[in-house]
Design a protein around this ligand. Structure first.
Ligand code: FES
Length: 155
């Protein structure tokens, strides 16, 4: 039997409001990802059922936009900025080092489920480049040497 998922009321109301508007699928997917951190198979099926949009189309949009994730992220979501300012100041090196330290392949989650890393584009604080965020915390002017200490706080 297919796995079921419960959507919180707020998400159901949002879907109900949006499903009749053009471009609704993207908005609904954004809101769903914001709610669960990713778009699981049961969530995609539920969206299809609630909106009448074929499941294949839901998946077509999810796979077209790299922004949407189909696997559960780590408990602590690390985002490393690779926007121009951050990239020029070593964002790429920081990303590589973070992956090495956490033994993470791109898109993967650590075995303990604690961490996943996303590459992001400009998070709006270029003066602090290179920037990394973990959940709601922002770390500026990060260097390779600072990473182990920062990650240790979340273990
Ligand atoms: S480029 Fe990284 S915060 Fe703007």
């Amino acid at each position: 039997m297919a796995e079921k998922i419960d959507f919180p009321k707020e998400l159901l109301v949002f879907i109900d409001e949006w499903k009749v508007k053009p471009g609704s699928l993207i908005m609904i997917l954004h809101k769903t990802q914001e709610t669960f951190g990713y778009i699981s198979r049961p969530a995609a099926e539920k969206i299809a059922a609630l909106t009448g949009i074929p499941l294949a189309r839901v998946y077509g949009v999810v796979s077209f936009y790299h922004f949407f994730k189909t696997t559960k992220p780590g408990k602590h979501r690390i985002s490393i900025c690779l926007g121009t300012a951050c990239y020029l100041k070593g964002g790429g090196d920081a990303l590589e080092e973070a992956r090495k330290l956490l033994n993470l392949a791109p898109g993967a989650v650590t075995e303990d489920g604690l961490f996943s890393i996303d590459e992001v584009r400009c998070v709006g604080c270029c003066g602090l480049a290179p920037v990394m965020t973990i959940g709601g915390d922002t770390y500026g002017k990060i260097t390779k040497d600072k990473l182990p200490e920062i990650f240790a706080k979340y273990r």
